[in-house]
Design a protein around this ligand. Structure first.
Ligand SMILES: [Zn+2]
Length: 71
């Protein structure tokens, strides 16, 4: 989701930490909100943030959080 369309309230309580997909803001990952074509951020929970800080750079996304743009 982009910064304007945070995850729904329940998910946003645990997913507080936005990180930028590779290539952001020209990345293929777009906000999952209907009709929004802004670049999508990945919102990590605390466990994922700990992984990120250890160097992990591949994460799954909550269903519907992003969609993919194509050339
Ligand atoms: Zn959006």
């Amino acid at each position: 989701m982009c910064k304007a369309h945070r995850l729904d309230e329940e998910k946003s309580r645990e997913r507080l930490h936005p990180v930028e997909p590779v290539g952001y803001p020209e990345a293929a990952a777009l906000c999952g909100a209907v009709k929004c074509e802004e670049p999508g951020l990945l919102w990590l929970n605390a466990d994922e943030l700990a992984d990120y800080e250890r160097g992990v750079r591949v994460f799954y996304v909550p269903s519907g959080a992003i969609k993919v743009g194509v050339k």
